[in-house]
Design a protein around this ligand. Structure first.
Ligand code: HPA
Ligand code: ZN
Length: 336
């Protein structure tokens, strides 16, 4: 117990970067109700408690259905600002000093909300967070993989005027049945335009999807990737290339990717030399932000203080920050 509280204190004290968080997944029920009310949008739940009771997921799709429904109340630039700034306040509390935020433009543009409304609101919150809270951030634009390649190309075209505000493109939503190969051409074009590349792969989908993300999309990081362990050759490749995996422990538990936290493979992956990081994914839905994810794995997997430091250090090493900034933060992790 003594050890546990010391480890929690260490987790709290270390600077950390978050590399896998969907801004729409940080939408806390209280804020959702507030914005719904001011926008005169109906939520099919009587109260915050009622809504929370619906957060009983059994797989990725059962979560996504509720996640997309929640996003429906976001209409105006101020809504996207409020959503994003509230997430930065959580970062501050957890000593997350840098974050690389996913946003899903198609979730909003398909409802008639302009691309500019979405990105301007998010971006203004990023600037204010830098100024007021000292937190740096990048934006990663994700394509919804259940939609078509053509729709992804349209989204890439809409992003063009905002190219300097977006560091990377990613791939999210329903994984199984929508392999990375479906989007090979649009990612090739994104890479040509100068974006860095990430993709969700190996969350529910098989190791073959991770191979495709590496070979066809030429990713700089894999999001989730926890099913890599089923393929020895893939493990060897990830280790040799120091390919980062943005692992999301509480998400994996909530969506039944693992049956209980003691079964989670993040510690085994770390011990084998895979470049794993800890992230919150959709923290408003999965029961916790960055530090809650660290506490959960630290307690369940009996992490050492060295493991905890390594994971915090990996978060900077795997980030898209300039090398000099990465090095400064990694030194702070060692000295904290
Ligand atoms: N997986 C895929 N798509 C998502 C997720 C996730 O965990 N969260 C939000 N969109
Ligand atoms: Zn995700």
């Amino acid at each position: 117990m003594q050890n546990q509280s010391q480890h929690h204190a260490l987790i709290q004290s270390l600077p950390k970067a978050e590399l896998h968080v969907h801004i729409e997944g940080t939408f806390e029920p209280e804020l959702m109700f507030e914005i719904a009310q001011r926008n005169h949008v109906d939520i099919p739940y009587a109260s915050v408690d009622d809504l929370k009771k619906a957060y009983d997921f059994h797989n990725l799709q059962s979560f996504l259905d509720i996640y997309y429904a929640g996003a429906n109340v976001l209409l105006h630039e101020q809504d996207f600002y409020d959503l994003t700034y509230a997430y930065f306040e959580k970062c501050k509390a957890d000593n997350v000093v840098h974050t690389e935020i996913f946003f899903d433009p198609q979730t909003h543009t398909d409802r008639g909300v302009a691309f500019a409304t979405v990105i301007n609101g998010i971006e203004r919150a990023c600037q204010d967070a830098k100024k007021n809270l000292g937190i740096s951030s990048y934006l990663i634009m994700c394509f919804l993989r259940h939609l078509s390649e053509e729709a992804a190309f349209e989204t890439l075209a809409q992003a063009k005027p905002y190219k300097d505000k977006i560091i990377a493109v990613g791939l999210d939503s329903s994984e199984v049945g929508h392999p990375p190969s479906k989007f090979e051409r649009v990612f090739k074009e994104a890479k040509t335009q100068g974006y860095l590349i990430v993709a969700h792969a190996g969350e529910e989908g098989p190791p073959e999807y991770i191979w495709e993300a590496l070979d066809l999309l030429q990713v700089n990081r894999i999001d989730h990737g926890v099913r890599c362990e089923e393929d020895e050759q893939l493990m060897a490749r990830l280790i040799a290339e120091k390919m980062p995996l943005t692992v999301c422990p509480l998400s994996n538990l909530k969506l039944c990717v693992v049956d209980d936290m003691q079964q989670h493979n993040i510690k085994r992956l770390l011990d084998q030399g895979v470049n794993v990081t800890v992230n919150s994914d959709d923290p408003a839905y999965f029961g916790g932000y960055m530090n809650d994810n660290f506490y959960a794995i630290s307690d369940a997997l009996d992490l050492s203080s060295q493991d905890i430091r390594q994971l915090a250090s990996n978060s900077f090493q795997a980030s898209f920050l300039p090398e000099a900034e990465k090095a400064q933060w990694m030194e702070k992790v060692v000295k904290s």
